[in-house]
Design a protein around this ligand. Structure first.
Ligand SMILES: Cc1cc2nc3c(=O)[nH]c(=O)nc-3n(C[C@H](O)[C@H](O)[C@H](O)COP(=O)(O)OP(=O)(O)OC[C@H]3O[C@@H](n4cnc5c(N)ncnc54)[C@H](O)[C@@H]3O)c2cc1C
Length: 408
């Protein structure tokens, strides 16, 4: 049986950072990874370019970590996104900023991010066992780890097995069971950063399938019709509902609201910078002899314009001058607040991020250590922390990994 000072279960971003830090104090550190490569999920983020972190500072960074970001104040006081950027640059990988503070490697290749961390792990003598599926852990002295490659033992263990989303990348949720062997409990898991499904006629008939709306306001409404949350991002209509960053960011609010009601209303404002009276005046002020389709051309994409006209019962060939003030008002309202209902989200397996995880009150926020057994620590998506895409989840994974490895 091979013995290690520290075993890290999972070679994702959290595990790699944990192993790096642990290797600065312990000579025998190993990562047990069931895949044949490190960072399989990290490699597919940012469309294969790896959205390695987000440059937003302090409160803005925490605000991007919508699921329990406040738990991370102590972690970020020890290692944060600025330190991450410094880590990569010191190790030869320059990062660049894109819109909304998202940081990518200048190489535009996720592989160069993983290669950079892997190089640091090699330099610090971390052993990596690939094809090593951890099945159970016995809380004996030392800890006994049963894997597909046989038994290992260790003095300390860091669980960084990720959530349950996109299980093809290796994160299948086994880590929750391993944690349970130490008495840890898990909150209810739910999909976040996931497309929304809808049974509306225009979705079923695929009227808008493939249409992207850019920089729009997308709101999730409560039962009283008031916005619970509004996101200004891009939206994509699909054959099952809506996707794109605006929908993904809204998904956790939809999930929560669907516990109270069967259908949730969402609202689309495609002219977020204009007041409704200005929109109405603009609609009214166009060439009154022209058909609506031409009179209102250019305001929004033609496909969406024609869709809204149909939705409010107007014929695109009607000349503007034949419209009543009420009809113009209706069109302005549709542009500023088209509503439709969503009935769910795609599955946890299809979601980018898993909401819920190991209960945070069972974990020390300063060290990421288990409050039940000092030989155990956690980092990354296995915890009950989730964030918007845009580099926030990867920041959580790497920074909690750093702190877990530092204190183990
Ligand atoms: C398509 C997609 C796009 C994303 N885009 C973004 C983005 O733009 N920005 C962002 O911040 N986040 C994004 N995310 C989320 C981000 O990738 C994750 O939050 C992050 O990878 C979590 O890191 P982790 O180390 O905690 O877990 P993971 O990256 O899931 O790593 C866990 C590792 O543990 C291994 N493992 C699990 N169980 C065992 C076991 N029993 N034995 C051995 N090994 C095991 C797995 O094989 C895996 O390698 C995206 C996710 C997806 C799926």
């Amino acid at each position: 049986m091979q013995h290690y000072d520290v075993i890290v279960v999972g070679g994702g971003p959290a595990g790699m950072f944990a192993a790096w830090q642990a290797s600065l104090r312990y000579s025998r550190v190993a990562i047990l990874e069931k895949n044949t490569v490190l960072g399989k999920k990290m490699l597919i983020t940012g469309g294969g370019r790896c959205n390695v972190t987000n440059i937003h500072q302090d409160d803005l960074l925490i605000a991007g970590i919508v699921g329990n970001g406040r738990f991370l104040h102590s972690v970020f006081s020890q290692f944060n996104n600025n330190d991450l950027i410094r880590f990569y640059e010191t190790n030869g990988l320059k990062l660049k900023e894109e819109n909304k503070g998202r940081m990518f490697p200048v190489t535009d290749k996720a592989q160069s991010v993983v290669d950079t961390i892997a190089k640091v792990l090699r330099q610090n003598g971390v052993t990596i066992h690939f094809n090593c599926d951890v099945q159970t852990v016995k809380t004996t002295e030392p800890l006994a780890v049963k894997t597909s490659l046989g038994m290992f033992s260790c003095d300390k263990l860091i669980l960084t097995t990720g959530g349950k989303s996109v299980p093809q990348t290796g994160s299948t949720g086994v880590g929750y069971q391993l944690a349970a062997q130490f008495g840890h409990t898990t909150t209810e898991l739910f999909p976040t950063e996931v497309p929304l499904t809808s049974d509306e006629g225009f979705i079923r008939k695929k009227v808008l399938q493939g249409l992207s709306l850019y920089d729009i306001n997308f709101s999730v409404l409560n039962q009283k019709g008031k916005p619970l949350v509004t996101h200004r991002y891009d939206l994509l209509f699909t054959h099952f509902g809506v996707s794109g960053p605006a929908a993904l960011r809204s998904s956790q609010f939809v999930v929560k609201q669907l516990k109270k009601q069967e259908l949730v209303t969402v609202l689309l404002d495609v002219l977020p910078d204009q007041h409704i009276t200005a929109v109405q005046a603009w609609l009214k002020g166009q060439d009154s002899n022209k058909a609506l389709k031409n009179a209102w051309k250019g305001l929004v994409s033609e496909r969406y314009l024609l869709f809204l006209l149909t939705e409010i019962g107007l014929d695109e060939s009607t000349p503007l001058k034949q419209l009543t003030p009420k009809q113009i008002e209706l069109m302005a309202q549709a542009l500023k607040g088209f509503t439709f209902q969503v009935n769910g989200t795609q599955s946890l397996e299809k979601s980018f991020v898993t909401g819920g995880g190991i209960k945070l009150k069972e974990v020390d926020p300063k060290t990421m250590q288990s409050k039940f057994d000092p030989r155990l620590a956690f980092a990354g998506e296995i915890l009950d922390i989730h964030a918007y895409t845009g580099g926030y989840n990867l920041t959580v994974a790497q920074c909690t990994g750093f702190v877990a490895g530092l204190h183990i």
